[in-house]
Design a protein around this ligand. Sequence first.
Ligand SMILES: C[S@@+](CC[C@H](N)C(=O)[O-])C[C@H]1O[C@@H](n2cnc3c(N)ncnc32)[C@H](O)[C@@H]1O
Length: 282
Amino acid sequence: MENTAGTGDRAGCRLWGEATTLYERVCRPAIRILDNLMIHFIRQLLSAAFGEKRVDCWLGAVDCIFHRQPTTGFGGPLNGSRARLNAFEELKRLCSFNAVVETGTYRGESTLFFADAGCPVYSSEVNPRYLGYAQLRLWARSNVHFCLGDSRQFLRRLIQDSTVPKDRVFFYLDAHWHDDLPLREEVDLIFRHWTRPVVMIDDFQVPDDSGYQFDDYGGGKKLSLEYLNPIAHLGFIPFFPALPSSEEVGLKRGWVVLAGDGFSIDQLRAVAQLREWRQHNG
Ligand SMILES: C[S@@+](CC[C@H](N)C(=O)[O-])C[C@H]1O[C@@H](n2cnc3c(N)ncnc32)[C@H](O)[C@@H]1O
């Protein structure tokens, strides 16, 4: 009797094992494929009705609701650099900016910080999913205006828009992630169309401090003074972090602040976190 029962148990176990294997190897992948097909189909339908970019924006908003990306991975606004955050606060106090313009919103980490500056904030992002995330994250901030698209088109749109301030505007240029580096054109547009602009560039080489990291996309597309040389005639002066990288915290990304008019240069000289790059002038 016992033996028969034991054989029955073993047979039952084997059957259960085989059924589980069948489910794992055949049914589960089939369900996953069906799921993906269904998502693809729904996405196609929605894209046909509302446009692909709109649907991506919604997906970004869903990411935001479900906290699928709880951190941006950049250590906080302005890469979590205390010196840079203080420099902005000091610049804001001295220059009384009429607006802040950011290129490269990503998930709106720095946009959220700028939103407290007490002036309109304009931010552009080329990736609709990131933009959707940032838009939902900052939905209650009525002074923040987002734009989907390339940063150069965005700046041209701002230039055309008579409601956008054109004097004493702070720019935070952070739209660099891809081979197509818009930075030189961004700086060119800014210094040709705004008066008294102050421009902060993230991920920029600090010439005499190799402890600060910077972006280099190859083929001359290195975020450095050499890269800006072709537009040096615009007359901007670079200011680098006064704090040595050895004392910086967080990601230690390099940065630079540019200004070209007498008023802004004088204000930058009064900011303790900045040091003027005199060698640039020979
Ligand atoms: C380093 S992240 C920006 C981080 C963000 N400023 C912050 O402080 O959290 C760079 C972003 O720029 C975007 N980007 C890259 N090229 C762009 C372009 N030409 N125009 C607008 N956005 C661009 C990328 O999609 C990415 O989201």
